[in-house]
Design a protein around this ligand. Sequence first.
Ligand code: F6P
Length: 482
Amino acid sequence: GSEPAQTAELYDFMVVSNRLPVDRCSPDESGCEDGWRRSPGGLVTALAPMMTKTDGAWVGWHGAPDETLAPFSHGGIDLVPVQLSTQDIELFYEGFSNATIWPLYHDVIAAPEFHRTWWDSYRKVNKRFADAVARHAAPRATVWVQDYQLQLVPKMLRELRPDLKIGFFNHIPFPPPEIFAQLPWRQAIIDGLLGADLVGFQRSSDAGNFMRSARRFLGASVKQQQIHVKGSDGQTTHIARAQAFPISIDVKQISELAQQPEIIERARQIRQDLGNPKTVLLGVDRLDYTKGIRHRLKAYAELLADGKVTVEDAALIQVASPSRERVEQYRILREEVEGTVGHINGTYDTIQNTALRYLHHSYPVQEMVALYLAADVMLVTALRDGMNLVAKEYVTARTNNDGALVLSEFAGAADQLKQALLINPHDIDGLKAAIMKAVHMQPAEAGRRMRSMRKQILHHDVDLWSADFLAALEEKVIRDDS
Ligand code: F6P
């Protein structure tokens, strides 16, 4: 439940992200409790476990337009809401964050749009987040800023509060300088990020891209992972460090759920409801053009057409959770995906069997784990993805070491899950071959691969990720002071 915070507190540790871990909802919506529901996306999945165990506050937007809320606490976490107006949502969130930066950082899969009004709003909203943190941070507090919506916050915060330790983590890819170069405000963005003492990325290639951009567009001196940051007088103000910290999941939670009798029973039920096909395949994504859903459906449709899979033997479940529905490219994608789904099912379904079960919903974690347990083959075909936690959740849920993961090499998870069937989603023939290999994989090979992937994740869970990042931040700031 929600209870009001007693007094305006100062915090020694603060996380800042565009979204709070909970989102406003109305009671008639599914999953809505007391006007709140869990926010979508990997960022919240990764940070919520740490924040429930840590004293500190989470600063962010609560998902509703034009609503000003006082700090409160929910699910054991102190929350400091930042207000966004309808116009901020349009210009800062849907515009600059999700129609400029998002496509630019994901290999321009969709064309980024550059509008000065969006940029003005991005700056204004970033300042509002920085002000909120500055008001609530105790002297010399540690502040950890998250993701691409808030890239200007580190520098703004350093100007307001030079006493703070500032970390930044980018959950999405950072593009090569040749692509980043398109951004009219490229210098200001690099400069904003360099306000942090430590800038973390998912892959070492992302950290490398960032350092190359810092050198090219700011003329910064970069040695190893250290970037010398200069003030307007040309003097070095501090040294920022850029480094990869691959994010992970709450391994304990997922493996415990995967062993609960009710969830195992629910998985059996799901298979039965599908008519007990030999093979269940699964895709789980936010409905986003970066996820390669169209490529996956194309490959699957061709396998049906070739007679390599049949609706009697196999069923594909595609969960596509609603996302950024007012952004043009997302509307177009939804139309296309739903058209393709209709086409596939219309062509191959029988009265009894379905080729493809398409679900435009989001589900609680219990149902997700049941789906992972029900699926023999997991398809992660992203065209570009910072990490992809779904891949890690699937592997973690397979406590019997069976099942097969088809994984895009363009997802950050490919750096850790080397025993997956790695694919290039643009290569439809290669993707089809990998799907068939997964469908027919012998238990011995599946077990060997799954055990090795499980070992990797069990030893690198999300607690280790945050502990590593915060230890590196601590160490860096102490070294600079000494
Ligand atoms: O992890 C990437 C990310 O963009 C997060 O920053 C975000 O919270 C999540 O995906 C979901 O997107 P949105 O907040 O736009 O619904």
